[in-house]
Design a protein. Sequence first.
Lengths: 158, 158
Amino acid sequence: MPDQRELATAAALALPRFVGSTALFHAAVAERMAVTPTELHCLHLLHGGVSDSPSELARLLGISTGAFTRLLDRMERHRLAERAPDPADRRRLVVRPLPDRMAELAELYAPMARFVGERLARLDRRQLTALVGFLTDGTAAAEEASHNLPDVTQAITS
Amino acid sequence: MPDQRELATAAALALPRFVGSTALFHAAVAERMAVTPTELHCLHLLHGGVSDSPSELARLLGISTGAFTRLLDRMERHRLAERAPDPADRRRLVVRPLPDRMAELAELYAPMARFVGERLARLDRRQLTALVGFLTDGTAAAEEASHNLPDVTQAITS
DNA sequence: GGCAGTCACTGCGCAGGGCAGTGACTGCAC
DNA sequence: GTGCAGTCACTGCCCTGCGCAGTGACTGCC
């Protein structure tokens, strides 16, 4: 029976593997939908209602606004999203997800969604609280760490 | 005080955000090291001792062997890894990580590693067991789902 | 009314990756 | 042993997603 310390080590090892396999899963879904990973990521942001502003979406996706314009072009072509004018500010526009291919997306994610649902249902309140706390704080920590990377400016020769 | 069902929902929502922010963190680290995300991913695989075979690494990274050759070229140029002949099979070669820039990598990951360590230390055995189980099974589920995507072959017109 | 700032957008160049083919090598069949 | 299919890393060629820098439209502050 593993003690607390061993379990913590196991968790620390399992974490990157989980993240890695999840990334590959997303890549596989994107490929199956004939869509780039960035487009898929954007679709998730739109679907989750995180934002509908091009500049903000570009920032969240980690790409430039110029690249986002092209990305939107592709997404419109593939009927994943559409542009709409922003009534409040005529410079801006609003990005809206299209329902056209959402069913397809849901179908691809169904197995994973089912797994998550079933697995979470087997946890009690204390376990779920710990999980939610870890994920939430981890999200904040990752964002904070992204914007606060230590300076390790070393020269690359060649 | 949230009940079990609400907590499960919260966890299901927190999960994709965590994965997303983690992905962006990796991208930020890669950029800071002047390295592509794929190279960084490869570096993790090498560092974790997952494999040292080019074809297997290519498979794990989700790229072709041809692309991996170029990736290895870049990694050698940046002193991240080196090629070595495989004594058992002269077609093969062995990829070895170089210690040169490992300190730099560790430094960039230090904040996140510290967070994970501290956060995990606050959990009890039952909570850790749940977390490890979720991550481990999640990894397996993601891999299985990647290779078993439902057929949603729809035509993209244009 | 001018002016700096912000918005989405566009030409251009770059680089990572896929594809298909190549030579070197292995191990199995016979 | 000798052939032969399979596998290995590698190489041209091409495609495409993205950054960069500049542009016109528009906003809001002074």
